[in-house]
Each structure stands twice: as structure tokens, then as C-alpha cells.
Design a protein around this ligand. Structure first.
Ligand SMILES: [Zn+2]
Length: 137
């Protein structure tokens, strides 16, 4: 952790030394044609990498084999893991980037949304407006 703090401090110092230049660079990059598409492709590639890892080498649901990446997500096998940061919400791409940074920790699997909902229902994880936020009996 100390190493990470030191690294963060170094990065922050570097950022502030160069931030005007880097803001200008980022601004020009973002106006280039195709920037958004390119950024999106990069993030989708990261997502694919994570889903393939947790799909046991296939970018597909580990339960039913569904392959459309638009409906695939990373599932916590037994709820949130202990090392997952709780101070900030990890969702969407933030989650995928975090998993890559942590070098693919254990406790996750690739599921399609269908299997996610079935699992939630089966494990009574589902708490909704009808139960007043309580888990069902
Ligand atoms: Zn599935």
C-alpha cells in the first residue's frame, strides 16, 4: 500500500508539473476525427479481455454460453470480495479496468444478464420495491 501511495504522489506531482500541456494535448486529441470511436473500441477491447478471462477463455456466459457481449457482465460469485474498494462505486468500465489493474482476482465469473437475474432470484438476492427492499422469504 505504501508503494501505491508513493506512486500516486509521484503521479500527482507529475500531473501538476505538466497539466497545462497535457490538458492542451488531450483537447486536441479529442477533436481528431474518429477519437470517440477509437476510445470506445479500446474500452470494448478491455471489457472483452475481462469477460474472456472470467468466461474461462471464452467471451461468453459460463452458465449458458450466451455470447453477445452487450448482455454479458462480470458477476461476483459470492457477493463482493474483501479486497474490492468500497469507497467508490465500481461499475461499468471502472470495474473492468480495476479487475485488469488487480491482475484478475478470484471470485468473479462472466454471466449473461439472464443468468444474473436467475442467480439473483435463486439466491434470494433480489430485493425490490414490492418487498420494501427486504429479501424475500
Ligand atoms: Zn447465461
Amino acid at each position: 500500500m505504501i508503494d501505491r501511495e508513493r506512486k500516486n504522489a509521484t503521479n500527482r506531482a507529475f500531473y501538476w508539473r505538466h497539466h497545462e500541456k497535457s490538458l492542451a494535448r488531450v483537447a486536441t486529441q479529442r477533436t481528431k476525427p474518429g477519437y470517440r470511436e477509437h476510445a470506445r473500441e479500446l474500452l470494448l477491447a478491455k471489457k472483452g479481455e475481462v469477460l474472456t478471462h472470467y468466461g474461462n477463455g471464452k467471451c461468453a456466459c459460463v452458465v449458458c454460453g450466451y455470447e453477445n457481449v452487450k448482455a454479458l457482465s462480470v458477476d461476483h460469485i459470492n457477493g463482493k470480495t474483501a479486497n474490492e474498494p468500497t469507497d467508490k462505486k465500481l461499475n461499468g468500465i471502472g470495474m473492468y479496468l480495476w479487475l485488469i489493474r488487480e491482475i484478475f482476482p478470484q471470485g468473479y465469473q462472466t454471466l449473461c444478464m439472464n443468468c444474473q437475474f436467475i442467480k439473483r432470484e435463486d439466491k434470494r438476492e433480489f430485493a425490490n420495491q414490492y418487498t420494501g427492499g427486504k429479501k424475500r422469504e
